[in-house]
Design a protein. Structure first.
Length: 335
């Protein structure tokens, strides 16, 4: 199958090669905090964006912000049965959407869709990162190389956003990494302020977090700054997102309302704050945000650095029936 026209392939290849050649913004020195001065998160989030919609009818999987350019990036699985069409800048594919095929949406910060890309065979979209190069360009980090058995990524990659482009896991110009060969469920998020990348992965079926430096990655140095078990894994709740800021990682677990998680209950959405240098869970609580939403499925976690309000931890929640779901973002301040 031919995912790109020759013109688009040349355009994407040139842009990706340029981004790959550009060094990422250097990682500043980060003071290791004791973790005792972190702001409490145990308050309901306030609505930041309401009723957002993506290109496909599938739900939001993860999101990340590019505050400098006023962009919100969001991943979703491609809708079953959908075929890419020439009107979106790519040749029609004979093959329909498969497990591991993603749509990357670009929106304004108030939820207006401004562009899309297709990532074929990349993974499930459990997390997403955005970072600037030293030249001021933006690159996106996602999982990469989906396992045919699970549909989850076996590595990670970075690339520039090119509206209308279609990437496969073998597209030339991608910058790819396999931080842990043999792992699956690889999902990255990035703290632009420190140049660090948080990787969630599974090895032998066990989920863990690994902290990496993107500058070292670019130089071929895969040594971790930290590596620790994912907290709460024994609860059996779906992993729904993570975020990174300084020495702290944030984790979202939970599922939509249903027979095992009735609306009459308090729901099962759990939010964690993890102090990475010590590996300790500083906070863990049952989240009270927007309990009236239906089905109230948690989808994605990211930090927005707002000039007016300071850093905000933003959580995605879905509402509406199947095939007509929208998402809203809820924010609370973090230190």
């Amino acid at each position: 199958m031919a995912p790109l026209s020759r013109r688009d392939a040349l355009r994407l290849g040139a842009t990706a090669a340029l981004a790959a050649a550009m060094p990422l913004s250097p990682s500043p020195a980060v003071a290791v905090s004791s973790g005792t001065d972190a702001q409490s998160l145990d308050t309901a989030g306030r609505v930041l964006l309401r009723g957002g919609r993506l290109l496909h009818s599938t739900v939001l999987q993860s999101f990340a912000f590019d505050e400098r350019n006023g962009h919100l990036y969001a991943l979703q699985l491609m809708q079953g049965g959908v075929r890419l069409d020439a009107e979106r800048g790519a040749r029609t594919h004979a093959q329909r959407a498969r497990r591991g095929d993603l749509c990357l949406n670009r929106l304004t910060l108030d939820g207006v869709l401004t562009g899309t890309m297709y990532l074929l065979g990349f993974g499930h979209g459990g997390a997403l990162g955005v970072q600037r190069t030293t030249g001021g360009d933006t690159v996106v980090w996602t999982e990469w190389d989906a396992s045919p058995a699970s549909g989850y990524g076996r590595g990670i990659c970075r690339f520039p956003f090119v509206d209308g482009a279609v990437l496969t896991s073998a597209t030339r110009g991608l910058t790819v990494y396999r931080p842990l060969p043999g792992s699956t469920s690889n999902a990255p998020t990035v703290d632009p302020g420190t140049g660090r990348l948080l990787l969630r992965y599974k090895l032998a079926g066990t989920p863990r977090f690994r902290l990496l430096d993107t500058g070292r990655l670019a130089a071929g140095d895969l040594r971790p700054l930290a590596d620790l078990p994912q907290p709460g894994a024994g609860l059996g709740l779906p992993f729904q997102g993570m975020a990174l800021r300084g020495d702290h990682a944030y984790q979202l677990l939970g599922s939509a309302y249903g027979p095992a998680n009735p609306r009459s209950s308090r729901g099962n959405i759990r939010l964690y704050r993890l102090h990475l240098p010590s590996g300790k869970v500083e906070q863990h609580f049952l989240d009270a945000t927007a309990r009236d939403l239906v089905p109230r499925e948690p989808e994605g976690l990211a930090v927005l650095v707002s000039p007016g309000a300071g850093p905000l931890l933003c959580m995605g929640l879905t509402r509406g029936p199947v095939r007509d779901k929208s998402f809203s973002l809820y924010a609370r301040p973090v230190a």
